[in-house]
Write a protein that binds this ligand. Structure first.
Ligand code: NAI
Ligand code: MG
Length: 347
């Protein structure tokens, strides 16, 4: 019997409703595969920020450093600025634990309608660079309140930072359908993205079995809507990957089903798994949050922890239940609840 210690951070709003569903699925599938989970729960959240002035304690990272993985629900509360939750919790975890790959798989499941007519088969993964690029702390504001007021923000692209995420993306493409698309904008952004393009070309030579191309981000967005089925693995910078993965999730039928993994591929630190959606204050407390995003996160976590068969079983159960017309939550056009969907999935 393998035992894994998991740090649970339910967070705010529907984060607290979808994480119990993911946990129930982990326990059930674990029991079938000889895997046990021990959980430690942390109240890090905007609620904690309002109460104690910080999203997490000063030694927060040390409290979860020894865990095998982190499962996070969502953070965000009306009245707390979004940059507080992002820079007070998510970004310190991603950067402090070198989770430099953000992985977002997208599928159009049979039985679910994509908002796009004729979307057809869509099965792709967005690999987003997660710790540098456009989301940098370098820059500043000057002359506040004067007509000369200004802001400068620098994007940081390093050879080490770009090539390690390229390694991950090319290796993933080689295990999948062997097709990689690089998101760029080297026609308009004349220093960092030509550098990105050069590194992609250099790295592609190391992966002769992977076919690849490069698309400007604007054209890529249009193609994501017009022909989403043509993509296999898309690799992009922190900003491009962020935008593209929300677009792709919407194409696949909604943000409630989309999972994300923040990976430290070297496994020196715990990786973190979190659904793409936020705390959804508009539906929080009603029991109707779609738990698929969180449950798919649990499947990605199983895969990362070395249990690919258990992961496939969870993803397969989601696909089977949706294709069979089983219960679904209102965001997918059903009348089900978080609990009724989860119960059906467990069965
Ligand atoms: P959101 O993802 O919370 O909600 C957007 C819309 O999608 C809402 O109408 C919501 O009801 C619906 N929705 C989202 N997840 C759903 C689910 N699982 N089932 C059914 N419907 C679902 O994004 P929004 O409204 O922009 O942000 C709300 C709060 O969440 C903000 O404070 C924001 O900062 C935070 N947020 C946190 C994220 C995180 O923890 N990683 C990511 C995105 C937003
Ligand atoms: Mg986003």
């Amino acid at each position: 019997m393998t035992t894994h210690r998991i740090a649970l951070i339910p967070g705010d709003g529907i984060g607290r409703e979808v994480l119990p569903a993911a946990r129930a699925v982990l326990d059930a599938v674990g029991a079938r595969h000889g895997v046990r989970f021990g959980y430690d729960e942390f109240d890090w959240s905007c609620a904690r920020y309002l109460d104690q002035g910080a999203m997490m304690p000063a030694d927060g990272l040390d409290r979860v450093r020894g865990h095998d993985a982190i499962l996070l629900g969502a953070v965000g509360e009306p009245g707390v600025p979004d940059h507080v939750s992002l820079w007070g919790l998510l970004i310190p975890l991603r950067r402090g634990f070198a989770q430099y790959v953000n992985l977002r798989p997208i599928r159009v499941f049979e039985g679910l309608d994509s908002p796009l007519r004729g979307a057809g088969t869509v099965d792709l993964v967005v690999v987003r660079e997660n710790v540098e690029g456009e989301y940098s702390e370098i820059g500043g504001r000057l002359n506040r309140g004067f007509p000369t007021e200004m802001a400068v923000q620098e994007a940081v692209f390093t050879r080490a930072g770009v090539t390690r995420v390229l390694d991950y993306a090319f290796e993933l493409a080689a295990r999948r359908r062997g097709r990689l698309t690089s998101a760029t904008k080297s026609n308009g952004i004349v220093h960092t993205l030509p550098f990105w393009d050069e590194l992609v070309t250099e790295w592609a030579a190391r992966y002769p079995d992977v076919g690849w191309d490069s698309e400007h981000i604007d054209a890529l967005c249009a193609k994501m809507v017009l022909e989403p089925g043509r993509f296999d693995v898309i690799v992009g910078s922190n900003l491009f990957g962020d935008i593209l993965s929300d677009l792709a999730a919407a194409v696949a039928g909604g943000i409630g089903i989309a999972p994300a993994a923040n990976l430290n591929p070297e496994r020196e630190f715990p990786s973190m798994f979190e659904p793409v959606h936020g705390s959804a204050p508009d539906i929080a407390g009603k029991g109707v949050a779609n738990p698929i995003g969180a449950i798919w996160c649990a499947a990605m976590m199983l895969d990362h922890l070395g249990h690919p068969e258990a992961a496939a079983e969870v993803e397969g159960a989601i696909a089977t239940l949706l294709a069979a017309g089983g219960p679904r939550t209102p965001d997918l056009g059903g009348t089900g609840t978080t609990v009724s969907f989860t119960r059906a999935l467990l069965e």
